[in-house]
Design a protein around this ligand. Sequence first.
Ligand code: HEM
Ligand SMILES: *[C@@H]1O[C@H](CO)[C@@H](O)[C@H](O)[C@H]1NC(C)=O
Length: 333
Amino acid sequence: MLLLLLLRLMMLQLPFLLHTFATIAIEIIMSLGEIQLNYYSESCPNAEEIVKDEVIRLYHKHGNTAVSWIRTLFHDCMVKSCDASILLESINGIESEKTSPRNMGMRNFKYINTIKDALERSCPVTVSCADIVALSARDAVVLLGGPRIEMKTGRKDSKESHLAEIDDLLPNHNDSMMYVLSRFQSVGIDVEGTVALLGAHSVGRVHCVNIVDRLYPAVDPTLDPTYAEYLKRRCPHPEPDPNAVEYARNDLQTPMTLDNMYYKNIMNNKGLLLVDQQLVSSPATSSFVENMAANNDYFHEQFSKALLTLSENNPLSEKDGEVRRDCRFVNSD
Ligand code: HEM
Ligand SMILES: *[C@@H]1O[C@H](CO)[C@@H](O)[C@H](O)[C@H]1NC(C)=O
């Protein structure tokens, strides 16, 4: 008798229960950022073409823009999410991530606006700045002689800056390899992938502040002596002014090519940063370094895979993010 009553009660509640389940399911779906291939195929069919054309145009004017886009992806995606938080300026209680010492030396941000302007002319407030960060890096990799990578789109832009969390999330130039590996692990990138991503240091430059610890007061004995002489010429001051434009190039032979020269260099004790050097000296990574030094295709394959994983880190949902009108500021409405 009691059982029957209970059953009846449940029957009466069924529509309500179903409705609750459906609501919960929708909530869960809404809270996951959904990215997919060709996200803009209907809303802005030329989006990826427009980004690519601008990236190519900028590269022919200022080759180092391409180098910047690759670093920008890392510094955006590693810090919580690929959400273009790195692009925000300090204003109205927002303190820009650009002010963090970890982001020192980052450049060419103004040309992100050039890309955004081109998109806005064709498709106003449609393509997110986070997707510009991802796609520009993808296209830059090709211009620098790296692999072609298929990337999803549909990322949303953050409404806040993550300046306070940067030091905990973005490795420093002198962190231990154990720590570096654990940071990459936390975003789903394994040891092999981490070794491949650091191959990005095959292009670009390093300011003297990030090198002098290896030169003064005594030269790091793991540095090739001739190379150390070159570095001391580039960085003559033990305590350089952090704002001085004093830097050394990552790869002297092929400074504008994303190739495996980086691994050959570090195996010859010509790594710039302590983390670069540690890839060779730490047992967890050294065999991958050797394999990448021996085979450029293998490096490119692993680099593609790891960059893709990085570019898909924790996308924001529709309700947590937005599509910024201007990549430097959150929307005012
Ligand atoms: C443990 C990880 C890493 C550390 C500690 C690190 C640190 C640094 C530092 C200190 C610089 C020099 C900045 C300057 O003085 O101007 C630099 C440059 C650069 N990094 Fe990394 N990096 C790491 C991983 C990566 C990854 C994963 C990428 C991209 C996939 C990347 C891309 C670049 C590029 C392209 C440059 C040259 C930037 C330019 O010339 O404007 N780095 N990195
Ligand atoms: C790493 O370098 C920073 C400066 O970039 C310095 O403040 C810090 O003391 C260094 N850490 C170690 C362990 O040497």
